[in-house]
Every structure is written in structure tokens, then in C-alpha cells.
Design a binder for this molecule. Structure first.
Ligand SMILES: NC(=O)c1ccc[n+]([C@@H]2O[C@H](COP(=O)([O-])OP(=O)(O)OC[C@H]3O[C@@H](n4cnc5c(N)ncnc54)[C@H](O)[C@@H]3O)[C@@H](O)[C@H]2O)c1
Length: 260
């Protein structure tokens, strides 16, 4: 029977957490904040230079971080990234499956999506999560503990048009989360998802019009822009012991835009 320890329930001190896509956008902010909270953060990003720079900044500020150039759709690269993590810190406590093809994708009619683009989105956004979960699983199973946080999207609730492959992949993230939670429950591994609303990450701002970005605000209960830091508390909670009995769930973080 778990006993709630008020001193450590929300602590990530010395926990080893992998953040995929941790080099830019929202993932960069997760990496920086988790490190500030005392976690040992692995930034696994295909954007190797950016991940290196963020990791160096974390270390300079007194935190612990390791950047590993990783294409999450590549099984060998993912396995090597997790091996490097375990070689350095001996364990894996948390995995934030944040990497995705999103800002890199054009918005447009569903029937004009090139087939190879559809396949690449599925490979990164879904196979990538499967491969990362598969790679950390033996370590979390051995430890008899682990927390996996899968980043989906508010598109799942809303049915947002104009990136059908992306929306489909993010719905798949929730199916994966639910079924995997049941498969690894006996190993004491929690698996949950987060659905962010439209968030002003540096990458989103660079690739979206101000009309598109501003159009969401009036439909929220909290009528202001959503920024990456708005998501950090939920991810922290789902990685921490405080959420130990929550699994298979999806938490929506969008300032009260969509309700379910
Ligand atoms: N920004 C938003 O409005 C918003 C809304 C809902 C959900 N999300 C989700 O939140 C997460 C972060 O969003 P963002 O705005 O920072 O997205 P983004 O597309 O700008 O960044 C994604 C990150 O993933 C990395 N990446 C891409 N392909 C990769 C691969 N093959 N292997 C490893 N890394 C790869 C990129 O280099 C980048 O660091 C994504 O999963 C996104 O789908 C974002």
C-alpha cells in the first residue's frame, strides 16, 4: 500500500527523464523546467544542434542533462539513446513522448496530403512513441516503476481539420496510451496522455499566422494565449509520485476551451 509522502510526492529530484523532441519548441521548455526541478534530463531530438545547446544551457545553470541525437522513428537510434541514458544514470524513471511532426507540416485539404507525408507522420508520431516505450520498458520493468507521458493534442477532442494525418496520429496516441496502460500496469508503470490546446511554442509561432494563433483565445475560459509553461505542471504531476494511481488517462490543458 502506497503511503503519501508530502515531502517527495511532487519531487523529480534525481529522477531520470527522457524528453523526446526536447531540443526545440515545447519540449525545450519541458527539458529546462524538469531540470530546474532536479530531474536528470535526456533530450532526444532529431534536431541535434538545438538539443546540444539546450543541454549545455541546463548544465551551465547547474542542472543535469544529456543530449542524444535521435530520430524516434528509427528503432536502432531509439535503443541506442536509451542505452546511453542507462549507461550514464543507471535507470529510466520517466519518458515524455513529445517529439512529433507538427510545425513542419503544411495545413491543407485532406485529399491533397502526399502518401509519403502521411506515412512519415505516422512513423514519427506513432511508431516513434511505440519504439520509445518499447526501449524503456525493460528498465522500468526491472525497477518495478516508471511513468510515461504521451503528448497528444486538443485536435483529438475538437476534430480540427487541415492536417488530417497529424490529427489522426494524435488520436492514435490516446488509443496507445489506454491499451498500453493495461499491459504494463502489473509492472507498476503508469501511462497517461496530455492534450494541449494551441500553444505558442517558438516553432508554432514561426509557422502560423497571427490570425490563426489569436483566433483561439476568445473560445477559452481563460482568454489569453497558451504558452509552453502552461503545460509543465501537468507533465510534472504525471511524472511524479503524486499521480501514482492514475493511468490510462488523458488530461486536457487548454485554458478551458474544450471540456469532456
Ligand atoms: N504547439 C501546439 O500548439 C501544440 C498543440 C497540441 C499538441 N502539441 C504537441 O506538443 C508537442 C510539442 O509541440 P511543439 O509546438 O514544440 O512542436 P514542434 O513540431 O515544433 O516540435 C516537435 C519537436 O520534435 C522534434 N522532432 C521532429 N521529428 C522528430 C524525430 N523524427 N525524432 C526526434 N525528434 C523529432 C523536433 O525537432 C522538435 O524539437 C508535439 O507533440 C505537438 O504535436 C503542440
Amino acid at each position: 500500500m502506497t503511503v503519501f509522502d508530502a515531502a517527495t510526492a511532487f519531487s523529480l529530484k534525481d529522477k531520470v527523464v527522457i524528453v523526446t523532441g526536447g531540443g526545440t519548441g515545447i519540449g525545450k521548455v519541458y527539458s529546462q523546467r524538469l531540470a530546474e526541478m532536479g530531474a536528470r534530463v535526456v533530450l532526444a531530438d532529431i534536431a541535434a544542434k538545438e538539443a546540444d545547446e539546450v543541454a549545455a544551457g541546463i548544465v551551465k545553470a547547474g542542472g543535469e542533462a544529456l543530449a542524444v541525437a535521435t530520430d524516434v522513428s528509427d528503432a536502432a537510434a531509439v535503443d541506442a539513446m536509451v542505452e546511453k541514458t542507462v549507461a550514464k544514470w543507471g535507470r529510466v524513471d520517466g519518458l515524455v513522448n513529445n517529439a512529433s511532426l507538427m510545425s513542419a507540416l503544411p495545413r491543407g485539404d485532406w485529399f491533397k496530403i502526399p502518401i509519403d507525408e502521411w506515412d512519415r507522420v505516422m512513423a514519427v508520431n506513432l511508431r516513434g512513441i511505440f519504439l520509445c516505450c518499447r526501449a524503456v520498458y525493460p528498465h522500468m520493468k526491472r525497477q518495478k516503476s516508471g511513468r510515461i507521458v504521451n503528448i497528444s493534442s486538443g485536435r483529438f477532442w475538437h476534430g480540427t481539420p487541415n492536417r488530417l494525418h497529424y490529427s489522426t496520429s494524435k488520436a492514435g496516441v490516446i488509443g496507445l496510451t489506454r491499451s498500453l496502460a493495461r499491459e504494463v500496469g502489473d509492472d507498476n508503470i503508469g501511462v497517461n496522455a496530455v492534450t494541449p490546446g494551441l500553444t505558442l511554442s517558438e516553432t508554432q509561432m514561426a509557422t502560423s499566422s497571427s490570425n490563426y494563433l489569436g483566433g483561439q483565445e476568445q473560445t477559452r475560459s481563460f482568454k489569453r494565449p497558451q504558452v509552453p509553461d502552461d503545460l509543465v505542471g501537468t507533465v510534472l504531476f504525471l511524472l511524479s509520485d503524486a499521480s501514482a494511481f492514475i493511468t490510462g488517462q488523458t488530461i486536457n490543458v487548454d485554458g478551458g476551451q474544450l471540456m469532456h
